[in-house]
Design a protein around this ligand. Structure first.
Ligand code: FES
Length: 74
C-alpha cells in the first residue's frame, strides 16, 4: 500500500470491487492493473449492499483490504 496514516473512507455501491494490494496503483485504493508482472493480485471484494467501507491506507492492517485500526499505533 502507501504511506497514508489513515484509511480511505468510501461509500460503495453493490458490486465487485478490486482494491490495490501492491501499492503501485495510481488510483488508490482501487486497483488499476499496475500489479501485472509483480506476482501480486488485487483484493477482490463483493459488496452486497450499498455501504461505507474503510480501506486500509497504511499497509499495516491484519484484515486487508479493510482497516483494522492498526494505523492508530503508527
Ligand atoms: S489505515 Fe491501515 S489499519 Fe487503518
Amino acid at each position: 500500500m502507501d504511506m497514508r496514516t489513515e484509511p480511505y473512507i468510501l461509500h460503495e455501491e453493490p458490486g465487485l470491487k478490486k482494491y490495490c494490494a501492491c501499492g503501485l496503483s495510481k488510483n488508490k485504493p482501487y486497483c488499476d492493473g499496475s500489479h501485472h508482472g509483480t506476482g501480486m493480485h488485487s483484493y477482490k471484494v463483493e459488496i452486497e449492499e450499498e455501504r461505507t467501507v474503510a480501506i486500509c491506507g497504511c499497509g499495516q492492517s491484519k484484515s486487508k483490504p479493510f482497516c483494522d485500526g492498526s494505523h492508530l499505533s503508527l
